[in-house]
Design a protein around this ligand. Structure first.
Ligand code: ADP
Ligand code: MG
Length: 602
């Protein structure tokens, strides 16, 4: 027995499912008939037997007043809360008990509460799991609609306890759906709309991702709108087409079932043959239905969901949520192609339907359960800097401070000095990119650091880059002499870069690697020449007399070679580098003579 195993349950109005994380993956468990959906139906037979799921659905026509469907509608509600319509539309007999407690009267001896009925469904699910996993199960994550109030949630917990399951966590159905779609990995503050059209209820929830957790921003729905209404409208169509008025209860049940079958088949087929064998007085009926006919029947019903969506979207926008980033469809009824088409048409959003709509919630519950019992390793996705960050240095070169792919948060810095005499300030240009030259990278921001003018190399400015866990880059430039700080804050840009742009930048840096490198060597060589030439000139002026004419000649030639390469604005970096090296070597004697001259002067 696995003591800490937790399973995930979608306790639905029409269907319930159970899932678990196995070898790191969430799966939905099937019963002995290989079925994964358990109808949320419970029948209390006169002999005391209790049938649950498909077994209960099968006997429903025989015991209409002993079969309870859609008990979820009554969970956690006081008896006085039930509307006249609810009482009328049901074949069940309701009772109001002590403290306004609602119960359903099966017969003179037996009354059951919604919690007890739900507990039967949960017991059945627990058994399916135990058979499939060959181990006992004691803990569960259970989903409830986002709009469930506290007493509805408490009732769900109580039902679980009655079924021998302790509730590890109650989570919202839309949250579970979003988990199943992996949207907990989407961008911070992503807005997610979950359109859930089940058997008898419609819910639209808008969620926002905040620090890896989903927050329900708004919900709207209709507790009397779903696939059952589709079935009812199709049944009316069948009855009219076949001229069948005044249906008996049995006929009505048979036609409803045929209607549902037609609806589900037309989600994939273009036409469907409705067959009603021996329906009335031994007479059989047949009727062919097309997808087009179905769609014209469903359109008016479906339109009712539009206004509800708009209401929830508007409320979310009022609360500051940005436009919908992801629209996901759950609930068996969203398998109807018309639903997907209409949503696209109304909201210009491409719905994500990559998960089975009737399994997504259970899958999400299983994922949550897996996280709680450690069957899913919480992979912490660390953010990395997609591109290098640095500053422009003298000569227009990129000086990388934080390299590409550094994990954040991170911090790095460097010391810079003034490149020319009497410079009054240093411009810190913050760059992002992989190219060698500053101009080919992106400029993120700029700050000027003033300092006391001095000789070249005297002023020292420390530059520190730090990126916090939110991806905010802070550039601090400090004049080390005065201790004065200059701050530059760059939000998001440092970490949030479009994947395509990153790819382009990286591939260009590879394409141009050779040219870029040549350019960098050239810039560096020019700077070296600019340093060498005046130094050599002034040294020669001072101490040429200490050298042989040949020595002076060779130094001058080396200097001229460098100078002429500079004058010709050569792009041959290696030639200039070689000329610099040559000049450097030629001045070795010059350097020695300088030292000698210095000693002589003492
Ligand atoms: P709930 O959330 O209410 O428990 P489900 O999400 O399981 O219910 O949805 C059940 C509804 O989905 C039923 O009305 C059923 O007819 C409908 N449904 C299931 N499969 C299809 C399909 N292929 N095409 C259209 N509707 C479907
Ligand atoms: Mg559902």
């Amino acid at each position: 027995m696995e003591e800490d195993l937790i399973i995930g349950i979608d306790l639905g109005t029409t269907n319930s499912l159970i899932g678990v994380v196995d070898s790191g993956f969430p799966i939905i468990l099937a019963d002995e008939e290989k079925e994964r959906l358990t109808p949320s139906s419970v029948s209390y037979l006169p002999d005391g037997k209790i049938l649950v799921g498909r077994e209960s659905s099968r006997v429903r026509t025989l015991h209409p007043t002993r079969s309870i469907d859609s008990v979820k509608r009554f969970m956690g509600r006081p008896a006085s809360d039930l509307t006249a319509e609810e009482l009328d539309s049901s074949l069940l007999t309701f009772k109001k008990g002590e403290a306004d407690e609602l119960s359903i009267k099966i017969d003179e001896e037996l009354s059951v509460t919604p919690v007890e009925v739900s507990a039967e469904i949960l017991k059945r699910l627990k058994r399916i799991a135990e058979d499939a996993l060959e181990t006992e199960v004691h803990r569960a994550v259970i989903t409830v609609p986002a709009y469930f109030n506290n007493s509805q949630r408490e009732a769900t917990k109580l039902a679980a306890e009655k079924a021998g399951l302790s509730v590890a966590r109650i989570i919202n159905e839309p949250t579970a759906a979003a988990l199943a779609y992996g949207l907990d990995k989407s961008d911070e503050h992503s807005t997610i709309a979950v359109y859930d059209l089940g058997g008898g209820t419609f819910d639209l929830s808008v969620l926002q991702l905040k620090e890896g957790l989903f927050e329900v921003i708004s919900t709207a729905g209709d507790t009397r709108l779903g696939g059952d209404d589709f079935d009812g409208a199709i049944a009316d169509f069948i009855r009219t087409e076949l001229n069948l008025d005044e249906l008996t209860d049995a006929e009505s049940v048979t036609i409803s079932a045929a209607a549902r079958e037609a609806k589900e088949s037309l989600s994939t087929a273009e036409t469907h043959m409705i067959r009603l064998p021996f329906l009335r007085d031994g007479e059989s009926f047949e009727l062919e239905m097309t997808r087009d006919q179905l769609e014209s029947i469903l359109t008016p019903i479906l339109k009712r969901t539009r206004a509800i969506c708009e209401r929830a979207f508007a409320e979310a926008a009022n609360k500051g949520a940005k436009a919908i980033d992801h629209l996901i469809l759950v609930g068996g009824s969203t398998r109807t192609p018309l639903v997907q088409r209409k949503l696209k048409e109304w909201f210009e959003l491409e719905p994500n339907i990559s998960q089975h709509p009737d399994e997504a919630i259970a899958l999400g519950a299983a994922i949550q359960a897996g996280m709680l019992c450690g069957r899913i390793r919480q992979v912490i996705l660390v953010d990395v800097t997609p591109l290098s960050l640095g500053i422009e240095t003298f000569g227009g070169l990129m000086n990388v401070i934080i390299p590409r792919n550094s994990t954040i948060p991170t911090k790095a810095g460097e010391m810079f000095t003034n490149a020319v005499d009497h410079q009054k300030s240093m411009a810190i240009r913050v760059l992002q990119g992989e190219r060698e030259l500053a101009k080919d990278n992106w400029l993120l921001g700029e700050v000027a650091v003033p300092f006391t003018p001095g000789a070249k190399g005297k002023a020292r400015v420390g530059v520190q880059f730090s990126i916090d866990s939110d991806g905010i880059l802070e550039v601090l430039a400090r004049d080390t002499e005065t201790g004065e700080d200059h701050l530059l804050e760059i939000r998001n840009a440092a970490v949030d870069v479009d994947d395509e742009k990153v790819e382009k930048m990286v591939s260009e840096s590879i394409d141009y690697a050779f040219d870029d490198m040549n350019e960098r060597i050239l810039v560096e060589a020019r700077m070296k020449s600019a340093e060498l030439l005046p130094a050599v000139e002034s040294a020669l002026e001072q101490i040429a007399d200490r050298l042989s004419p040949e020595e002076v000649q060779s130094i001058k030639e080396a200097a001229d070679a460098v100078q002429s390469l500079i004058d010709s604005e050569t792009s041959d970096a290696n030639a200039l580098k070689a000329a610099n090296r040559n000049l450097d070597e030629a001045t070795q004697t010059l350097a020695a003579a300088l030292v000698e001259a210095a000693f002589d002067a003492i």
